[in-house]
Ligand binder design. Structure first.
Ligand SMILES: [Zn+2]
Length: 444
């Protein structure tokens, strides 16, 4: 007699995203100690004894969404700076960041982002922000799976860390979080304009020494491409590649402007492109050549970017734009099939972030990061193709329950690990100060 499982989801439409991408119409999934231990037809798992059975009839169960590029605590500045191109927009944003980015405020902004992301069905995110320990601690408290880690800038930022101290501070950070459950450390210089070639290479070495992922912005705007050409005589991708940055695991946010040579470099090195369609559109940066990246075999994953550039952290909108943009831009309705888009935010997303063995698929041996979606909605009825629904019709309000590592972080829309009311009230108080400060510098 096998020991009972902890949780049994019974009777769902299970979209596994496993190796053969099986679907179970009347399926069940069993979880023990945070791990998926059985997946199959309900009838085949009916013999399992379970401490708790969740009636999932009329619902869709799928892997939790992976948001591959976010700046969580920028949630504090949502809609503060609008209608500017990236470079002046960043300069303006950084004035407010310098005034309000403290450890405690970053933790508060992270909690707000976590509430939003969990409600959306996101179970893993890659976050780049000042005071990465504040984001990490907020994620641990919320039971959320987060990739984050030391950031690099050549100037002293709100964290007060001098350029020459970033390596030692970063190494201590990586040590501290090396064995923290749910936190996956990575190294993340902002980009190759704000960080010197030496700084980029130091960050790469740090990532290699710790055996962690390297994450940076790359080829976001045509201005950045021009500056890179002027300063280094090569494209952003060519610059990173020539510096040896792409020799180890790397994920590059944006990749909007790419040359033929860039495509072959990405293909050769295996670096993944993080597509942030909303942010690229809103800042007028362009449309990333996702269809061609896929055609060339470059892994494409999806992020929302921060809530100042794309205003919310809604992965369903990001998925929908990722699915639609290529078709419109190329006048080709066969590009980016819905199932490819679902892969970008589940199985492929997890693999590109180095988590392919632990999450991204509903299959035995993976950690139980899963979401339950209500299907009894007018905009989801009827359903002949679940992948098309997930990309073109499902929205964040359809997400009913969210499990991370076998633990419910949202259950029937209640959040057991976060005090949403307090978070919203605290952010409201801080926003009054941010508004007053912005008024003094004549921008609000
Ligand atoms: Zn970004």
């Amino acid at each position: 007699m096998t020991q009972p499982v902890d949780t049994l989801f019974a009777g769902a439409l299970v979209v596994t995203m496993d190796e053969s991408e099986r679907l179970f119409e009347d399926g069940s999934v069993a979880i023990r100690d945070g791990e998926i231990v059985a997946v199959g037809r309900r009838a085949d798992l009916a013999h399992l004894e379970s401490r708790e059975t969740v009636d999932a009839a009329g619902k869709l169960l799928m892997p939790g969404l992976v948001n591959s590029h976010v700046h969580m605590a920028d949630s504090l500045f949502r809609s503060l700076v609008e209608d500017l191109p990236l470079e002046p927009w960043l300069e303006r944003l950084w004035i407010s960041e310098r005034a309000f980015v403290t450890h405690d405020n970053v933790e508060l902004g992270a909690r707000l982002a976590l509430v939003e992301m969990i409600r959306c069905g996101t179970t893993t995110a890659l976050d780049m922000f000042w005071f990465p320990e504040a984001g990490a601690d907020a994620a641990v408290a919320a039971g959320f799976r987060l990739l984050t880690g030391p950031i690099f800038f050549d100037f002293e930022g709100p964290d007060g860390i001098a350029k020459e101290d970033r390596v030692s501070v970063g190494e201590a950070w990586l040590d501290k979080y090396a064995d923290q459950p749910l936190i996956i450390p990575c190294v993340q210089p902002h980009n190759h304009i704000t960080v010197s070639p030496e700084g980029m290479q130091a960050a790469r070495r740090m990532a290699d020494d710790a055996g962690v992922l390297f994450h940076t912005h790359c080829s976001e705007t045509s201005t950045e491409v021009r500056q890179t050409q002027e300063r280094f005589g090569r494209t952003p991708v060519g610059h990173l590649d020539d510096l040896g940055i792409l020799d180890g695991p790397a994920v590059l946010a944006h990749c909007v402007h790419l040359t033929d040579d860039d495509f072959s470099r990405l293909q050769r090195t295996g670096a993944a492109a993080i597509h942030n369609p909303l942010s690229n559109l809103k800042l007028g940066s362009g449309i990333a050549p996702v269809a061609r990246l896929l055609e060339e075999g470059v892994p494409v994953i999806v992020g929302t970017d921060g809530p100042v550039s794309s205003n919310d952290l809604d992965m369903w909108t990001a998925m929908r734009f990722a699915g639609l943009l290529q078709r419109g831009a190329n006048q080709d309705p066969l590009l980016t099939p819905a199932r490819d888009v679902v892969r970008m935010v589940t199985s492929v997303g997890a693999e590109a972030l180095g988590l392919g063995d632990s999450i991204g698929r509903i299959t035995e041996g993976r950690r139980a990061d899963m979401i339950l979606i209500d299907l009894d909605r007018p905009h989801l009825t009827p359903m002949f193709d679940p992948y098309a629904h997930l990309v073109y019709a499902v929205g964040r309000d359809d997400v009913r329950s969210v499990m991370i590592d076998g633990r419910f972080v949202m259950r029937d829309r209640a959040l057991p690990t976060l005090d949403e009311e307090t978070v919203l009230a605290d952010v409201g108080l801080l926003a009054e100060k941010i508004r007053a400060h912005a008024a003094t510098i004549g921008t609000a």
